[in-house]
Design a protein around this ligand. Structure first.
Ligand code: AP5
Ligand code: ZN
Length: 216
């Protein structure tokens, strides 16, 4: 099963992709996570990506396409995969289609998580992540058991630099038109599923699982 999660920043793509990747035992490929790891480890990719991410802009397509192409060739992707936050532009869609053709694979479903803009801002400004394992929390909607401590690994919870309100608004604007175009593209291919992702995390998961079990 090959899935794509599409949605504006804060729509819950990462939260849901992680849950489903565990449930179906397939890799969760988040371009945002790949870039953040590269930045943390100060690799050449991290150095290149940092200024774009910090300012809320997209990393150039040729860089992003290259890393996803490489990742999709890993053996664990043969059992399926979940792409989270990729593709995001029509150029990325084209690159993905062409790579999947070469690998004899295809996308089965594109899950579009729809959330209103005011809710996106609340979710992103209240998000905290574990600086060690990357687990995601929210100060109101998904608080850790102990304040500022990761339930999973005991690491410290921090705010992402790009989750400050100004950068959040910029990210939403940078992605809005592009996301619209991708929705249209995948809808025309009849593989788009729109999910009301404004509900609670568990309810959204159940709705996505229902669709997957029905369609795949
Ligand atoms: P990335 O990390 O992918 O950021 P994003 O797309 O902006 O998405 P987010 O991770 O912010 O949100 P999400 O939808 O995963 O929400 P989450 O589940 O965390 O990318 C970061 C940057 O990398 C980009 O700005 C860009 O520069 C670069 N980049 C990445 N991919 C790229 C690409 N393809 N091309 C070019 N550049 C790229 O949830 C958010 C919060 O809400 C959390 O606190 C969570 O606990 C909470 N929450 C989740 N679901 C619910 C719910 N149902 N109810 C209540 N709270 C909820
Ligand atoms: Zn942790």
């Amino acid at each position: 099963m090959n899935l794509v999660f599409l949605g504006l920043p804060g729509a819950g793509k990462g939260t849901q992709a992680k849950i489903l990747a565990n449930k179906y035992d397939i890799p969760h490929i988040s371009t945002g996570d790949i870039f953040r790891n590269a930045i943390k480890n100060e690799t050449p990719l991290g150095v290149k990506a940092k200024e774009y991410i910090d300012s809320g802009e997209l990393v150039p397509d040729e860089v992003t396409n290259g890393i996803v192409k490489e990742r999709l060739q890993d053996k664990d992707c043969n059992k399926g995969f979940i792409l989270d936050g990729y593709p995001r532009t029509l150029d990325q869609v084209e690159a993905l289609d062409s790579n999947l053709d070469d690998f004899n694979k295809k996308i089965d479903l594109v899950i579009y998580t729809k959330v209103s803009e005011s809710e996106l801002i609340k979710r992103l400004t209240g998000r905290r992540i574990c600086e060690d394992c990357g687990a995601t929390y929210h100060v109101d909607f998904k608080p850790p058991k102990e304040e500022s401590i990761c339930d999973e690994c005991g690491g410290k919870l921090i705010q992402r630099d790009d989750d400050k309100e100004e950068t959040v608004k910029k990210r939403i604007n940078v992605n809005k038109n592009k996301t619209e175009k991708l929705i249209k593209y995948y809808d025309e291919k009849n593989i788009l599923i729109e999910i009301d992702a404004e509900k609670d995390i568990d309810e959204v998961t159940n709705d996505i699982v229902d669709v997957i079990e029905e369609k795949i």
